[in-house]
Design a binder for this molecule. Structure first.
Ligand code: SF4
Length: 253
């Protein structure tokens, strides 16, 4: 059989191929350069975010969860109660609550009127009483009276969202978790770490900047700084160590 001869290519076709190859290698190089530039920007942002936390560690070495509690069950309950009120106010009702209902079974069997009476100072006491009853019953029926250790299981409990689950994971089970409350959200935006007001987006933006060992206590430190210096209405930038260290761009202030 005679060999098959490939069709002759014109010079024009050869020229077009050469141009195509040159353009695509330039595009590839430009893409790589963009990726490298983006990685460098993120590295620098992470370095600065870490430096912010280092400053806060020096300022608030003992920053910790402000809800009084002993163990995962009490922390879960206290965190659910802290919605729409302050941790300090929650701490005024939990001694009686935990004294009368020391575990999930007791809480699940509580009389609703009794719970509502204890929770009245917190506001939303009817809804909160309903959540606690549901949590007590769910823990007893589905988790042998214990607080589960996974986010998926935690958010399946009544009144428990991602923020509450993260508080429990980070503070009761030592699993690094970022808790985006009003202070953490506000400071993250002012520090230029995020532009979002969506807590999940803010959580992801912080996670991209901080190593996991900073997550849980770093949020406590941001909260402390938000309460003491960087308040919502009147941030005291003139007395702020982060400004002095050149670490805060004061976005929106
Ligand atoms: S410089 Fe101002 S805006 Fe920035 S963290 Fe300090 S108080 Fe807040």
């Amino acid at each position: 059989m005679a060999p098959v001869t490939p069709p002759m290519r014109s010079r024009r076709e050869d020229r077009e191929d050469t141009v195509r190859r040159a353009v695509s290698s330039e595009v590839e190089a430009a893409g790589t350069a963009t990726e490298v530039a983006e990685a460098e920007i993120l590295d620098e942002a992470a370095r600065r975010a870490g430096a912010v936390d280092d400053e806060l560690i020096a300022l608030y070495p003992d920053a910790a969860c402000a809800l009084d509690h002993d163990g995962p069950f009490q922390l879960l309950v206290a965190t659910v109660l802290s919605a729409q009120t302050t941790d300090a106010r929650v701490n005024t009702v939990t001694p009686e609550l935990f004294g009368r209902y020391p575990d999930a079974a007791a809480l699940g069997a509580a009389r609703r009127e009794d719970l509502e009476a204890i929770l009245r100072p917190l506001g939303f006491h009817r809804a909160k009483a309903g959540h606690l009853l549901g949590i007590g019953q769910a823990l007893t029926e589905r988790f042998e009276g214990r607080v589960p250790r996974s986010r998926e299981e935690l958010v399946s409990l009544p009144g428990v969202g991602r923020k509450t689950a993260n508080v429990v994971l980070g503070n009761a089970f030592a699993q690094p978790a970022i808790t985006v409350d009003t202070h953490v959200g506000r400071l993250s935006r002012r520090l230029g770490w995020t532009t979002s007001k969506d807590p999940l987006r803010v959580e992801k933006d912080i996670a991209a900047l901080w190593e996991p060992w900073r997550w849980t206590d770093g949020c406590h430190r941001l909260i402390e700084h938000g309460r003491r210096v960087c308040s919502a209405r009147s941030p005291r930038c003139g007395q702020c160590a982060l400004l002095e260290a050149g670490l805060c761009p004061q976005v929106g202030v």
